[in-house]
Design a protein around this ligand. Structure first.
Ligand code: SAM
Length: 460
């Protein structure tokens, strides 16, 4: 770094003597900014490069709060929020997050998509894909399919399919040295080389999935030019259908460094570097590429049409009998109203005894290792349904006539798995705290029986 940074090195090194920055991101799918600020129990300070991002003080421990379990926010390193800003996802689009676990960027993308379109979140490692799926669920995301495939398989399943693709590549993690001991311990020059080779392979596959006129964003959390400017320059040497595109972040972040690579691609100075000595965040690199093709205009129009169709069409599709039964269950037993129904069109599918709402844009699931084909609505029992936890997390204030408001103490007790006292109510109740739904319970005899999933229960 000394060799690369020259006179700047001293400031860079000094940043390692300062504490790391802590960030969280408001869930754009739930409530307004005003409501969020009102209910958050600790001070927040805006992050300049992500409109839903905030700094918090480490002592606040936001991971140990009821609102975290309700998906009101996602804890995410501040610099990591910039990649999605560069991707600039829009409602109604088809988006791929190719290296998605644990889901920081996927859930940010979902927020920007506002429940319209299709997000495919892929993570090659099965165990990590499960965590990704849980985070997608906690954030109340409906239009997201979580799968676990190698990049080459994704490329063969979705040729030229996506409006935008994010490759948040596995890297040597140099930018995380201040944050994670493990990143420091795992680093070696060989790791940098190995990562650079792997990134080239991943990028090659990702490129195949982008529509003509679409956007491909590449990001890492490392400093080495081999994994950043050089990866992008080498990619562009063999992909003349792609070029580097400027982003709206250039005035806040630092430019990519042409002088650090032998054959820099044109425009490498428009890629972005995030330096811990220059901004309040850890180290990152971001490149935004555009695939040639004159469909950008059409793309925009079709996106608007899709979004409008979503609003007006609002129909459940799939097996007619199942649609009728599920619609009756949602409307009668859960008193879910028009607003939720209008926001959640899609195809009903059965996965064993589980009923999911799959985004219409997804097409077929055949031959894909899918962990979550969409929003889980219910479990089918003999002659009845039980509502799925994921469904509760997709409900906003006013979406259901069966909302039951909890105090903070009651909410904490509910998350521990305890019953909650209630009035005369009977049947399914969606329990909420400060306007954020936590899960379901079933009321009878003055008590709401706890249906919070056992695996998620915890003490606060
Ligand atoms: N985007 C995620 C987020 O914001 O939460 C972080 C992604 S992390 C930087 C990179 C991911 O790539 C890891 O989850 C890792 O398991 C995955 N990965 C590892 N090897 C891979 C490969 N050969 N192809 C695709 N992904 C891989």
């Amino acid at each position: 770094m000394q060799g690369l940074l020259g006179w700047e090195y001293e400031a860079f090194e000094a940043s390692y003597g300062q504490g790391r920055q802590y960030g969280l991101r408001r869930n754009l799918l739930k409530g307004t900014e005003e409501e969020f600020i009102r209910v958050m129990p600790f001070p927040l300070e805006k992050i300049s490069w992500a409109r839903e991002g905030y700094y918090y003080d480490a002592a606040a421990l936001p991971g140990r709060h009821v609102l975290h379990e309700a998906g009101a926010y996602y804890i995410q390193e501040p610099s990591a929020m910039a990649a999605v800003e560069a991707l600039a996802p829009k409602p109604g689009e088809r988006i791929l997050d190719l290296c998605a676990a644990p889901g920081g960027k996927s859930t940010q993308i979902a927020g920007r998509m506002q429940g319209q379109g299709l997000l495919v979140s892929n993570e090659v490692i099965g165990e990590r894909a499960r965590i990704l799926s849980q985070n997608v669920e906690r954030m109340g995301v409906a239009d997201c399919v979580v799968c676990s495939e190698k990049p080459e398989r994704i490329a063969s399943l979705f040729p030229a399919f996506f409006d935008r693709v994010l490759v948040d590549a596995p890297c040597s993690g140099e930018g995380m040295f201040r944050k994670e001991e493990a990143a420091r311990e795992e680093w070696s020059p060989e790791t940098v080389q190995m990562c650079a080779e792997r990134q080239a392979l991943i990028l090659e596959e990702a490129a195949k999935t982008v529509k003509p006129g679409g956007v491909l964003v590449y990001s890492t959390c490392t400093f080495s030019p081999e994994e950043n400017e050089e990866t992008i320059s080498a990619f562009l040497r063999v992909h003349e259908e792609y070029s580097i595109e400027e982003t709206a972040l250039e005035h806040i972040l630092s430019p990519g460094r042409a002088e650090w690579t032998g054959h820099p691609a044109a425009g490498i100075g428009h890629t972005l570097r995030l330096w811990p000595h220059l901004i309040r965040g850890e180290g990152h690199y971001i490149a935004r590429l555009r695939k040639r093709g004159n469909v950008t205009g059409e793309l925009r129009e079709s996106v608007v049409q899709k979004a409008d169709a979503g609003k007006a069409g609002r129909r459940l599709t799939g097996d007619k009998k199942l649609c009728k039964l599920i619609e009756a269950f949602l409307r009668e037993e859960l008193e879910i109203g028009e607003a939720w129904m209008a926001r959640h069109p899609g195809r009903l599918i059965r996965f064993g005894d589980q009923i999911y709402l799959m985004p219409e844009e997804m097409g077929s699931l055949t031959g894909i290792k899918v962990l979550r084909p969409g929003l889980q609505l219910a479990t089918e029992k003999k002659n009845r349904f039980e509502p799925a936890h994921a469904l509760a997390l997709s409900l906003l204030t006013g979406d259901s006539g069966r909302m039951y408001r909890l105090t903070e103490q009651e909410a904490a007790a509910y998350l521990r798995g305890e019953s909650v006292a209630c009035g005369e109510q009977r049947g399914w109740m969606a329990l909420s705290y400060e306007g954020y739904t936590l899960g379901f319970g079933k009321a009878s005899g003055g008590q709401i029986k706890n249906h919070y999933p056992k695996g998620l229960r915890k003490s606060f």
